[in-house]
Design a protein around this ligand. Structure first.
Ligand SMILES: Cc1ncc(COP(=O)(O)O)c(C=O)c1O
Length: 378
């Protein structure tokens, strides 16, 4: 027996592929894992030390559901300084991972029968979170560079929420000011809420990161989400946060208080260290990701596979329609080239012609992957 609500949630394709790749690797196969959504770097030492010290000091008890005061204050300062948001510590809620922030915000903002606009191929967890709230997704169209086109056509009388994710998983696209202003205008004209998932904010190349919540008319309708997983290579620590209108934060807090209670106390101490410490490792990781992106995009293009140049995150989203389409090519990649990838169909209907390759793997592995792809195509 399972509830209708649970039955609306499908298995995560990325998790499924990752498990499959791990199983094949454990069986002795030389799998190049390009399915993963996590940095291959270790968490910087000063962050690890802060977490360990906190445990040693005995900070192993419950903390406030909303997060420890010091971390909330530092996050609010960051959002004011770097993102031009008008938030105070009281408007920030710390969560066990940004994923929980996304889940909680969606549950707070949507109800049965509502619609949520997702812009083109979108992160695998948004749709299940929307379904869990009893709402449905309407898919906004994008062009060949994954920029929104004619979004107004995907808005109906039932639309309540737009999710913006720039830089984007899976496409790596970054929305410029003009694009965000168009989304802002739609949100204001139709009185919609916006969730801005900015988890890849620090992994951005030649682009300015702009928080849509900082634009006029957006303060009262935007929930900004971010976390430590990608910027600080802290995926397993589970630390994220959200900030937004007081009423929304109130219900988010209530949901957290009855489910996860709080983000782990000593992990929050590590979060304080991450934000207060030197940021050069963050920049170093972003520089390495950029070198890998350049290598992978030019390698794929040389093989005749069209690939738009991502402005951020650590994924490329090449068009593989000429070599069988996303599902079939992902299958071939795994079976014939021992490369784990994610079919574009996992990210929504407009992703079917694509495959997502993560470049959170070394340059030498990317080089090997390109060689293997060349071999199966020739
Ligand atoms: C777009 C996007 N949002 C949120 C998350 C969740 O991150 P976290 O590890 O903080 O839960 C991910 C992780 O893959 C992501 O890609």
């Amino acid at each position: 027996m399972v509830s209708m609500r649970m039955a609306s949630i499908h298995e995560s394709t990325t998790m499924k592929i990752s498990a499959m790749a791990k199983k094949l690797a454990a069986g002795g196969q030389d799998i190049i894992d390009m399915g993963v959504g996590e940095p291959d770097f270790d968490t910087p030492k000063y962050i690890v030390e802060a977490g360990c010290n906190s445990i040693r000091k005995g900070e192993t008890r419950y903390a406030p559901t909303v997060g420890i005061p010091e971390l909330r204050r530092i996050i609010a300062d960051k959002l004011v300084r770097e993102n031009s948001l008008h938030v105070a510590a009281d408007d920030v809620v710390v969560t066990p991972g940004a994923k929980m922030a996304v889940f909680a915000a969606i549950q707070a903002l949507l109800q049965e029968g509502d619609e949520c606009l997702l812009i083109g191929p979108s992160w695998v967890s948004y749709e299940p979170c929307v379904s869990f709230a009893g709402a449905s997704v309407s898919w906004g169209k994008v062009d060949e560079n994954f920029m929104p086109v004619d979004l107004a056509e995907s808005i109906s009388a039932r639309t309540r929420l737009i999710i913006v994710n720039s830089p984007s998983n899976p496409t790596g696209s970054v929305f410029d000011r003009k694009t965000l202003e168009e989304i802002r205008d739609l949100a204001v004209d139709h009185n919609l809420s916006v969730i801005s998932d900015e988890i890849y904010e620090k992994i951005i190349y030649d682009h300015e990161h702009i928080s849509i919540g900082s634009m006029p008319g957006m303060e009262e309708r935007t929930v900004t989400i971010n976390g430590f997983s990608k910027s600080y290579a802290m995926t397993g620590w589970r630390l994220g946060y959200l900030a937004g209108p007081k009423e929304t934060m109130k219900w988010v807090t209530r949901l957290l208080s009855h489910s996860v209670s709080q983000a782990t106390t000593f992990v929050q101490r590590a979060g304080v260290a991450a934000m207060q410490g030197p940021q050069d490792e963050v920049a170093m990781m972003a520089a390495e990701f950029r070198a890998r992106r350049d290598m992978l995009v030019s390698g794929l293009r040389n093989l005749g596979i069209p690939c738009s140049m991502p402005g951020g995150a650590f994924y490329v989203f090449p068009d593989v329609s000429s070599v069988g389409g996303g599902d079939a090519f992902t299958d071939r990649l795994l079976k014939e080239a021992l490369i784990a990838a994610t079919p574009g169909s996992a990210f929504g209907p407009d992703g079917a012609n694509y495959v997502r390759l993560s470049y959170a793997t070394s340059q030498s592995r990317i080089c090997q992957a390109l060689e293997r792809i060349k071999k199966i195509l020739s």
